[in-house]
Ligand binder design. Structure first.
Ligand SMILES: Cc1cc2nc3c(=O)[nH]c(=O)nc-3n(C[C@H](O)[C@H](O)[C@H](O)COP(=O)(O)O)c2cc1C
Length: 414
């Protein structure tokens, strides 16, 4: 009977344990979590989502405070088009987040950064270019392009000296998305080093519509693998979404995938950035407590716990401090919804906004409890303590459980 450890993920000349811990913004997949994966010979992700806030918390910078002060005059204005990102600050914060993580890296594994295109930051092209190039400057081993088609991302960093050396990959949920990406980048003569195929059971934003349940990860992988073979392209595929045990992983490794990307099981580890009480909510969840909804202003469906505090919360848009989801014209779907409710209830102290959420503020405060579909099984991965709470796990324990377990077994902690 095979174990994940019987396989290796080959990225160029490098051979890795074929386990990636997926990027989880905002600072849910912390540097500490990513560092464990690298130490154990796999791949960990940090995320560059809301990077100024991450460096403020971790390294005592004051980017958010300064930005809030700068745009204070606009706080009561429903028009947010004025709010722009200082590109120098963005580059500095990204370089700091990346380089400090890389300095701490030990072991033979790698650390990648998850870079979401949907963080359009009221200047999609220029901010994305800065984020990508600053991550390469900071010495990141690789960049995973996510939450978008990323048709221009390779060309945005093509002049960087590390463009052909760093590992570059993309997350897709369909063959069509991958074909678009490959076609668009054909002239650069630079293929992705890996492709993460994310199925409908993943956490965070989904690359599917409301009919997500009719899709199946293995079917999509088989289709993409056949296409790559027909095109004579040797690009490793990484399966993601709903892989809960080592045996689940082995099944994908035997059927077209060269690695797996996993996240949900690491949300209840000590190293995960979620607050301890939120980790307990993840443990407690039953299947009926999980939903896919449309409150994310990105336009993508998002999976989360139904008792997520962000749902219905009519907080004032926090763009003067954050503004990461402002599109190229300074709009965000939450602002439209919020303004509509304020106009409908002019005397209300606080409005209720059901259809969208202020994702920046709520992700920043860990009040948007996005999760994978298998979250309801987390309680089976640990022990219940005398006080009724669940024992948190170490990331090393979960990583090794994926790496060595057989027969769909899950090793409980000591
Ligand atoms: C709490 C949470 C937050 C996530 N945030 C992101 C994110 O910011 N960007 C991204 O590309 N994927 C995100 N994901 C998706 C994961 O990186 C990963 O691909 C997926 O969840 C793997 O499936 P699993 O959770 O069933 O193991 C997130 C997943 C979770 C559980």
């Amino acid at each position: 009977m095979k174990r994940v450890d019987d396989f290796r993920l080959k990225l160029g000349k490098d051979e890795l344990v074929p386990i990636m811990i997926g990027g989880m913004g905002v600072d849910i997949s912390t540097a500490e979590l990513a560092l464990v994966a690298a130490r154990l010979g796999g791949i960990g992700h940090i995320s560059d989502a809301m990077v100024h806030d991450v460096t403020d918390r971790r390294f005592d910078t004051s980017y958010i405070k300064e930005k809030t002060k700068y745009y204070k005059y606009n706080i009561n204005n429903s028009d947010k088009t004025d709010i722009k990102f200082n590109l120098e600050h963005l580059a500095d914060a990204t370089r700091m987040h990346v380089s400090k993580t890389m300095e701490a890296k030990q072991g033979t594994g790698m650390i990648f950064v998850n870079c979401m295109e949907k963080l359009t930051m009221n200047g999609p092209r220029e901010t994305l270019k800065v984020r990508l190039e600053a991550a390469l400057d900071g010495g990141i081993d690789g960049i995973t392009l996510s939450a978008g088609l990323h048709l221009s991302s390779f060309s945005l960093m093509a002049d960087h000296p590390r463009f052909r050396e760093a590992k570059l990959g993309i997350i897709v949920s369909s063959l069509r998305a991958l074909q678009l990406f490959l076609r668009k980048n054909a002239k650069l003569n630079r293929f992705p080093d890996y492709v993460i195929v994310e199925g409908p059971l993943a956490g965070g934003h989904l690359g599917f519509g409301d009919d997500w349940a009719v899709y199946d990860l293995q079917t999509i992988i088989t289709e993409i693998a056949a296409y790559l073979k027909a095109e004579n392209l040797d690009i490793p595929l990484i399966a993601a979404g709903g892989i809960f045990t080592g045996s689940d992983a082995v099944s994908f490794l035997e059927n077209g995938a060269s690695g797996v990307q996993v996240a949900t099981r690491f949300t209840v580890t000590n190293e995960c950035g979620l607050p301890t009480d939120v980790k307990q909510e993840y443990f407690k969840a039953s299947e009926a407590d999980i939903e896919v909804n449309h409150i994310s202003p990105t336009g993508y469906p998002m999976r989360m716990l139904k008792n997520t505090p962000a749902i219905g919360d009519g907080i004032r848009p926090g763009c003067e401090s954050y503004g990461y989801l402002l599109d190229g014209n300074g709009n965000c779907a939450y602002i439209t919804s919020y303004n509509r409710e304020v106009a409908a209830h002019p005397d209300a102290k606080k409005v209720v906004v059901m259809d969208k959420t202020c994702l920046c503020t709520h992700m920043r405060n860990f009040n948007c409890w996005t999760c994978g579909q298998t979250t309801y099984r987390l309680k089976d991965t640990t022990r219940k303590l005398a006080d009724g709470s669940y024992q948190l796990l170490t990331a090393e324990h979960v990583f090794r459980d994926y790496q060595f377990s057989t027969d769909n077994r899950i090793t409980l902690p000591e």
